[in-house]
Design a protein around this ligand. Structure first.
Ligand SMILES: CC(=O)N[C@H]1[C@@H](OP(=O)(O)OP(=O)(O)OC[C@H]2O[C@@H](n3ccc(=O)[nH]c3=O)[C@H](O)[C@@H]2O)O[C@H](CO)[C@@H](O)[C@@H]1O[C@H](C)C(=O)N[C@@H](C)C(=O)N[C@H](CCC(=O)O)C(=O)O
Ligand SMILES: Nc1ncnc2c1ncn2[C@@H]1O[C@H](COP(=O)(O)OP(=O)(O)OP(=O)(O)O)[C@@H](O)[C@H]1O
Length: 550
């Protein structure tokens, strides 16, 4: 039987995919997307008129296929997308593109049937091509003419920690200087007044180009976005050229994917090349930032908060309420006077000075004049203090309960240091993620016992791993360090119990840091999402506590 598209009710993956796409697109023909040689390589039944097949969307996930889509069947670590080609055809895919191995798999799948009338194109290096294919489909204006759009400029932030916070700051600074700025990151995607759920920190290439087109329809002129190392490794940013890219820092994380810090660095450094960016801003306060500034393939401006030699430096840091005030000084302007900005970040965490300074220099690099920026940061809107859900979010002040996303060793250490007031104890609740970088578990345990008075080891996202095994690895590091520091080390699960225990033991001067989950509202346990929001749980515990003491 020749497989024909069947009518289908959109599932949740398809609905989620739809939310990324522009409302209007004329798509592109296969002839506009692929060369004749790629058609010639097609080993399945490809009628000559197939080249005129028009595709109106593209996805690499068979579960998200919409009628009329090009389904890109990619090889992966776990499976090959070609195994889902028939699912994509059933969902209405107008064409499939895959590699040699994928074509082989599809042939085997269709053996004994009448084949498929759906054109199958075979090409190599498909992942690196996806961005350009998507750009042509959503915005390129193929030979039929029609999609040409004024696309928003791109500003990208990368680094181990600080991407989300810096991206929010860039966005609010740009908005305060008259831009209409979209946002793409871990917490959410924002386009004009629309908020779209984010599944990944940096979406797939197909989705990024769709989003860029959708945002142009909403009048967005600039997109501030996070660029994860996964995105660079998996070519999700293919076909994108950023006006400005920024680097925060590099510390241990994601070594399950990258293998070593050198490899992790090399992946991040790919963003600082002419293929992906015009200019960069690099914080040079860690050795990796320094190395990046010396090896980047694009012009970069350097920035230091720690007194290192740099184009832009942060001086005169003063504590102000929960946050900080500081002066940012840069190279001389056209009149020969050094450029300076006085800034105020009303958020706990000394690292937010670095995030704010990076955001400021990136916005200047994007073309906003210093005087205009100074006016904006002094305004009531306080654009350097955007509300960033789950990032040093203060749930209560006495006892202080702070929810933060710190989920790797460096972030945990800094978060713990920044909440030490010098008065009461620091009580921390955290866990480590399952199926990810196992090396960091005992390290995080040790850091907690070195920087907190009470360490409550609980769960993060265990995924398919046994939560008790993950806790044991964290506890090992914590107990070893506690032997010297005298910290109290406890184990509590599930996480809600750990949060209640922490809040109930806290005195008025103590600080409770709930680390690792930030804005998340569910834990992933063996494929199931278990609802838990650290902020809600803390509020519930605080209410119970106050009822008890009344
Ligand atoms: C480790 C990682 O990033 N893996 C990415 C990689 O997966 P993979 O190579 O294992 O793919 P696979 O599961 O073998 O599947 C092969 C192909 O078959 C397709 N497929 C598979 C099953 C199916 O039913 N239908 C179907 O079409 C898949 O879409 C894929 O294209 O390629 C896939 C797309 O081709 C990505 O979706 C997938 O990201 C997964 C979803 C993921 O969770 N990634 C996380 C770790 C990630 O990227 N995180 C970073 C932030 C990290 C941080 O800073 O904390 C992010 O940017 O979000
Ligand atoms: N510049 C920084 N240096 C070190 N730690 C930071 C910095 N900025 C934020 N942090 C810490 O790292 C945590 C994550 O911050 P943020 O979400 O801004 O970074 P991210 O790079 O987006 O992280 P992720 O990719 O894991 O989402 C914060 O909750 C805070 O504890």
């Amino acid at each position: 039987m020749v497989r024909k598209p069947v009518s289908h009710t959109p599932n949740s993956a398809a609905q989620a995919e739809q939310a990324f796409r522009p409302k209007h697109t004329t798509g592109a023909t296969l002839a506009a997307l692929f060369s004749q040689a790629e058609f010639a390589a097609n080993t399945t039944e490809l009628a000559p008129e197939a080249a005129e097949t028009r595709v109106t969307g593209v996805t690499l996930d068979s579960r998200a296929v919409q009628p009329g889509d090009l389904y890109a069947a990619l090889p992966g670590a776990k499976t090959h997308g070609a195994r889902y080609a028939t699912q994509a055809i059933d969902a209405g895919a107008a064409a499939i593109v895959t590699d040699d191995a994928g074509a082989e798999l599809i042939r085997a799948e269709l053996a004994g049937t009448d084949g498929t009338s759906t054109p199958i194109v075979v090409t190599q290096n498909l992942r690196t091509r996806l961005g350009d294919l998507a750009a042509t489909i959503y915005s390129g204006g193929d030979q039929g003419g029609g999609n040409g759009r004024q696309l928003p400029a791109l500003i990208g932030v990368t680094g181990t920690n600080g991407k989300t916070t810096t991206t929010y700051m860039v966005r609010s600074l740009l908005n305060a200087t008259g831009h209409n700025t979209g946002l793409i990151g871990t917490i959410e995607i924002q386009s004009g007044n629309e908020t779209i759920e984010a599944k990944l920190t940096t979406p797939e290439a197909t989705q990024l180009h769709a989003l860029r087109a959708r945002m142009s329809e909403s009048g967005v002129d600039t997109i501030a976005m996070e660029v994860s190392s996964h995105a660079i490794e998996f070519h999700r940013i293919s076909g994108l050229l950023y006006d400005v890219v920024g680097f925060t820092n590099l510390t241990q994380d994601h070594l399950d994917l990258h293998g070593s810090m050198e490899e992790y660095f090399n992946v991040k450094a790919q963003l600082f090349t002419p293929e992906h960016a015009r200019t960069g801003v690099v914080l040079v306060d860690d050795a990796w930032g320094k190395k990046l500034s010396e090896t980047a393939g694009i012009p970069v401006q350097t920035l230091s908060v720690a007194g290192n030699d740099a184009d832009w430096t942060v001086r005169d840091i003063r504590r102000d309420h929960l946050g900080y005030r500081f002066t940012l000084t840069g190279p001389a302007d056209d009149a020969g006077a050094p450029q300076t900005l006085d800034a105020h970040v009303d958020m706990p965490g000394e690292f937010n000075i670095a995030n704010a300074a990076l955001a400021l220099v990136m916005v200047l690099s994007s073309g906003v004049p210093v005087a205009r920026l100074q006016e904006a940061i002094a305004s009531e809107a306080a654009p350097l203090t955007p509300s960033v859900p789950g990032r040093m979010e203060v749930v209560s002040t006495r006892p202080a309960v702070i929810v933060d996303f710190a989920h790797n060793p460096d972030a945990l250490e800094r978060a713990l240091a920044s909440v030490r007031t010098g008065e009461g104890r620091v009580i921390v609740v955290f866990g480590a993620t399952g199926e990810r970088d196992q090396l960091k578990r005992p390290i995080m345990g040790r850091i907690a016992a070195q920087n907190a008075d009470v360490v409550i080891v609980s769960d993060d996202d265990p995924h398919d791993e046994d939560p008790a095994t993950i806790r044991a690895a964290v506890l090992e590091g914590a107990r070893e360090a506690a032997a010297t520091t005298g910290a109290t080390v406890l184990e509590a699960a599930p996480r809600a119990n750990a949060i209640h225990q922490a809040v109930h033991m806290a005195g008025d001067d103590d600080v409770v840091l709930l680390a690792g989950r930030g804005h998340e509202t569910a834990q992933e346990v063996s494929g199931t999402l278990v609802p838990i929001d650290d902020r809600e749980e803390a509020r519930a515990a605080l209410t119970q506590q106050s009822t008890k003491t009344e």
